[in-house]
Design a protein around this ligand. Structure first.
Ligand SMILES: Cc1cc2nc3c(=O)[nH]c(=O)nc-3n(C[C@H](O)[C@H](O)[C@H](O)COP(=O)(O)OP(=O)(O)OC[C@H]3O[C@@H](n4cnc5c(N)ncnc54)[C@H](O)[C@@H]3O)c2cc1C
Ligand code: SF4
Ligand code: SF4
Length: 1019
């Protein structure tokens, strides 16, 4: 056989330039053929290409176009078209790779939307065949009932696809027990770039072209036996290069239990450069029914690292993880309200590091004995009383969530310096872990930066990202640190790429790792399988330099266009110090977009907003599964617009398209690891759009509702006619775009604002012993007055002197107070500010006297704690925000102080189970526990929270004809089925629009928690 140098057709830069210059003509042809020959989605706009130009790496390479196949067969058609037109192909799953694997020229093929089914579950054989776009969590959710799972539990399990995991040879936290992807894939069907569909499985049973490929690789392995022995890293976590060692195992854990060669392992870790996966057959493991966790506290980081090699010997096969959390991560977690209580359960004093040591199996008693062995070992090592023993499942689960969020906790640093992934998964043998981490820490210090350490101590793969400013000296420092880190990896005989693959970042290190002879062998494999160099060219073979700034997201030409923002974004407009992580004062970060650009750039593309599990983020993506409708897609679109990469900037139709289905739920504000607040960004964007294009009629109608409500309510017969006449509803739809299918809120002549006055005067409340101010919003005041009265009654029954906040000036007769929310929803910031200012002026004297300001509608009351603070309303806004609380939040806090005994004594027992749906803004502010706590004031109350995202109504969103279907689908995802399945339950929903959606979708009357409590008071 010929084992001489394989010359590939293109150098890296040549391919990139070739495709870039050929783009217009070829792109046109490509798009045309894809449209005519397939039913898939053909996305070739500048914005679409921009959204697919990035993944969770530092790179940005704009593809020619994007194709989203409807069926697996369409992948083959798209490949054939690319072959004809000589266009490279970049396979893609969730796009969460950290090394730029999915950023590339050519046609990106996104499998995640449609090609995501289970094809065959064989429980007897313990295998499952899946399509590549299936997400790991979704697979494991379907397997759970069978008592099995796919155990490569990557941190991105909620969004990573199995095709992508195989592409990267991904590894989970429990790889010490289960191995990497390569140890768990048992077969793959894949297309070569010439169109052949091959079955990659047991080599000894293979035939035809697959057999011939196997023979070719086998001969290469034989030819390079000496290099394999000397240059191949022997650690478990080696994912670089092609798996030439399938024919001469070098891994500390053989790829197959029986020692036989499986050809699918050649594709695992090949990052889409050898073949396009059509399906994968995976080996399943039994679900552990029992787990225990020992959290070992160390007063020195070095000691923690040194101990790992001894700890891994425990457990007699039941040890499944040893994971590190260092002091910085502990401190960061303690600052995050959602994580602080959990991390406190794991620490003793102020440890420098903790190791999470898990034992899993089927017999808890046996595992408890293993845990005792850990305690004994630590005692022998001079660390008595250092282990927190967690035997119950709930605290273990909570602590794993904090560990899984590790990277994301770190990434929330504001300013241009960010923790950068390029040496974050080097793997070294455990006996050298302490020395390696010490030495690398010194390297960071030398370069004026620092890194936070966490993750897989069990297998010598510790994650660490030095903080670098990639717009300034970051690339230079990256190169210098990489050189020094690689020398350490070599010294300790480790693997430079131990988890996250090669991509654009580590391609150039393959030759460094394996030597020129093995690099040539890789080139021959590439050429043999993909002679056309069609599949992700110039990665593992002929790769670019890792610090080629022309391939970076914040490359040399990246510039923000100056704009005047309507909201205050100065909190993001800061610089940070890489060594101390201290940030400069708000507003000093020299962002020409006044902080908006830096807020948008907080999105690091990690893709958490593509998850489908608990939490709110992101309701529109959950329905459409389109990249454009994920928070990431929106943030990328805004970044392109703000940096001049999208014509028309913020006012462009592409930005409107990306924002269209954002319901402003603030799910991302809480659930996005870096706190990207797209709801607030949407307000800013709408403001700029309105400035250029003016307001739509529907926006004028809805936003001004608080202004005309007092007049409209005097003519309820006339105002409600539209609800009674389908013809009028149709006419209204054609004029306003508000759907004829939706009923409008019903006007009433008698409402809270013109009803008999209730409550005490402002003078009285200022002097009261148990004072509270109730802010009644437009919706509860005019349309559901019973809620306002109920809140007054409940607070009074609890012994509070209640004052209803109202206008004192005579210049706005009949008008009530309003927070400005309806104006904010359509980007009318100055009008919102007018209203908010009037409200704040009324509330300020009470807040200054420390009197709580209580509201009923989450989106209105919480405006005081959110947008009011960024509209230039000064200290007054801060003072009021500090006293503003939702009705249930106030009561829950007062109950904790023992102030609700009189109320509790009056409440009659609950007669029905109670089902609660949380308003998105309640969830965004973490207020759902207070709702359940308050309901539990009712004797015998049995409360269940519906696990739901946004209800889909979201202010006026669900009323609009163009959004009707998406709105319904959002509600149908979980909320409405849960209500239908609980026929006897009383449904509680504090949001006006949530109640409306529930009524429309189930004909059930959901009620506000204030009304629920009032219904349990004596009549
Ligand atoms: C916060 C964070 C945490 C992470 N934690 C982990 C971790 O714990 N363990 C770990 O191993 N990784 C981790 N990663 C990296 C990444 O999430 C994983 O590698 C993941 O498996 C990638 O899945 P994906 O669907 O996003 O793949 P993508 O990024 O879309 O693709 C990955 C590779 O597979 C190729 N590919 C995709 N589909 C096909 C196909 N049909 N045929 C051929 N090739 C294909 C792509 O071209 C690419 O080379 C993490 C990343 C982030 C951002
Ligand atoms: S928006 Fe947030 S969750 Fe989504 S990719 Fe960006 S940083 Fe991650
Ligand atoms: S505000 Fe809600 S809909 Fe909009 S991007 Fe964030 S999570 Fe998605």
């Amino acid at each position: 056989m010929n084992t001489t140098t394989a010359t590939l057709p293109d150098s890296a830069s040549h391919t990139y330039e070739q495709v870039a210059t050929a783009s217009n003509e070829v792109a046109g042809l490509l798009a045309k053929r894809l449209k005519t020959e397939t039913q898939g989605e053909v996305l070739f706009s500048t914005a679409d290409r921009g959204r697919y130009a990035t993944d969770a790496s530092i790179y940005q390479v704009t593809p020619l176009g994007v194709f989203v196949p409807q069926h697996a067969e369409e992948v083959a058609t798209a490949m054939a078209i690319c072959r004809d037109l000589k266009v490279p192909i970049v396979p893609r799953g969730g796009g969460t790779s950290q090394c730029g694997q999915t950023t590339g020229v050519g046609l990106v093929i996104d499998h995640s939307k449609y090609v995501r089914n289970i094809l065959n579950l064989d429980l007897q054989a313990g295998t499952v065949e899946v399509q590549p776009g299936m997400v790991l969590d979704s697979l494991n959710a379907s397997l759970k009932k069978h008592g099995v799972w796919f155990p490569v539990d990557v941190s991105t399990s909620a969004q990573a696809t199995l095709g992508g995991m195989a592409g990267n040879n991904s590894c989970g936290s429990r790889s010490i027990a289960y191995g990497n992807m390569v140890h768990n894939v048992v077969g793959a069907k894949a297309w070569l770039s010439n169109g052949d569909l091959l079955d990659f499985s047991q080599f000894e049973n293979s035939t035809g072209r697959a057999k011939e490929i196997g023979e070719f690789v086998k001969q290469l392995a034989v030819h390079h036996q000496a290099e394999l022995q000397t240059h191949w890293p022997k650690v478990l976590r080696r994912v670089a290069g092609y798996n030439l060692d399938i024919f001469d195992n070098q891994n500390e854990r053989p790829y197959t239990a029986d020692g036989k060669v499986n050809l699918s392992h050649l594709l695992v870790g090949s990052e889409g450069t050898l073949a396009m996966t059509q399906s994968l057959t995976l080996r399943l493991s039994e679900l552990a029914t029992a787990k225990v966790l020992g959290v070992v506290n160390f007063n020195s980081f070095h000691k923690a690292m040194d101990s790992a090699q001894h700890i891994v010997k425990l457990g007699n096969g039941s040890l499944t993880a040893v994971e590190l959390v260092d002091r910085t991560m502990i401190d960061l977690s303690l600052k995050i309200p959602a994580f602080a209580p959990t991390i406190r359960t794991a620490i003793i004093g102020e440890p420098e590091a903790i190791l999470l040591v898990e034992f899993a199996g089927t017999d808890k008693e046996k595992l408890k004995r293993e845990l005792k062995q850990l305690v004994a070992l630590m005692g022998d090592m001079g660390l008595p009383n250092s282990v927190v023993e967690m035997v119950d499942d709930a605290p273990q689960k909570n602590l794993w969530e904090v560990r899984k969020a590790g990277l994301n906790i770190m990434m929330s640093l504001k300013g241009d310096g960010k923790p950068v992934s390029f040496i974050e998964d080097c793997a070294v043998p455990l006996e050298h872990l302490a020395e390696y981490t010490d030495a690398l820490t010194q390297v960071f210090q030398k370069h004026g930066t620092k890194g936070t350490w966490y993750a897989h101590a069990s297998v010598g793969t510790l994650h660490v990202r030095p903080i670098l400013d990639m717009r300034r000296d970051g690339p230079l420092k990256m190169r210098a640190i990489a050189e020094e880190a690689s020398a350490l990896v070599r010294k300790f005989k480790g693997a430079y790429s131990g988890e996250h693959g090669d991509g654009l970042c580590r391609g150039e290190w393959i030759e460094w790792q394996f030597g020129p002879a093995l690099q040539q062998a890789f080139a021959q494999i590439k050429k043999h399988l993909d002679p056309l160099n069609l599949l992700s060219p110039n990665r593992m073979v002929n790769p670019p330099k890792m610090d080629d700034t022309s391939l970076m997201r914040f490359g040399n030409n990246y510039k923000i266009i100056p704009i005047q923002t309507a909201l205050d974004w100065s909190a993001w407009n800061v610089h940070n110090d890489a060594a101390t992580e201290q940030t400069t004062l708000p507003g000093t970060g020299q962002d020409p977009a006044q902080g908006l650009a830096k807020a948008v750039e907080m999105c690091n593309n990690n893709g958490t907003c593509r998850k489908f599990d608990a939490g709110t983020m992101c309701p529109s993506f959950r329905v459409t599964r389109d990249e454009v409708h994920a928070t990431r897609g929106r943030a990328n679109t805004l970044r392109l617009a703000l940096s001049g990469q999208l014509q028309g900037g913020l006012e462009s139709p592409e930005v409107q398209e990306a924002m269209d289905l954002c319901v402003g739920c603030k799910g991302c504000k809480r659930d996005c690891p870096t706190g990207v607040d797209m709801a607030r960004m949407k307000i800013e964007v709408q403001h700029h759009y309105n400035e250029k294009h003016g307001l739509q009629l529907k926006d004028t109608l809805i936003s001004n509702l608080p202004r005309y409500a007092h007049i409209a309510s005097q003519w309820p017969g006339l105002m409600n006619l539209r609800n009674q006449s389908p013809l009028l509803a149709k006419l209204a739809e054609s004029l306003t775009g508000l759907s004829a299918e939706r009923s409008w809120p019903k006007w009433k002549k008698d409402h809270f604002f013109n009803g008999p006055p209730v409550g005490v005067s402002s003078e009285e409340v200022l002097k009261a012993s148990k004072p509270v101010v109730l802010f009644v919003d437009t919706f509860n005041g005019y349309f559901e007055s019973e809620n306002a009265w109920a809140a007054h009654d409940v607070l009074s029954a609890a012994g509070y002197q209640v004052h209803i906040a109202s206008r004192t000036k005579q210049d706005t007769p009949g008008q009530h107070l309003c927070c400005g929310r309806t104006y904010l929803a359509s980007g009318q910031v100055s009008k919102a500010k007018e209203h908010a200012k009037a409200l704040l002026e009324v509330l300020l004297p009470f807040a200054q006297k420390d009197i709580a300001i209580v509201g009923l509608e989450p989106s209105c009351l919480l405006t005081l704690r959110d947008e009011s603070l960024v509209m230039g309303l000064g200290e007054m806004a801060e003072t009021v925000a500090s006293k503003a609380a939702l009705f249930e939040e106030f009561l829950a806090a007062e109950n904790k102080l023992g102030k609700l005994d009189s109320l509790k004594a009056k409440l009659a027992p609950a007669q029905k189970p109670i089902l609660v749906h949380g308003h998105c803004h309640q969830k965004a502010f973490g207020l759902m526990p207070s709702v359940t706590q308050v309901i539990q004031l009712i004797p015998q109350a049995k409360v269940d929270l519906i696990e739901s995202s946004c209800c889909g109504m979201a202010g006026s969103f669900g009323y609009e004809a163009s959004h009707l279907e998406v709105s319904k689908q959002m509600a149908e995802a979980n909320l409405l089925p849960s209500i239908r399945n609980n026929k006897d339950a009383c449904v509680v929903a504090d949001g006006t629009s949530c109640r409306h959606q529930i009524m429309d979708g189930t004909k059930r009357n959901a009620i506000h928690v204030a009304l629920l409590l009032a219904q349990h008071l004596p009549k």
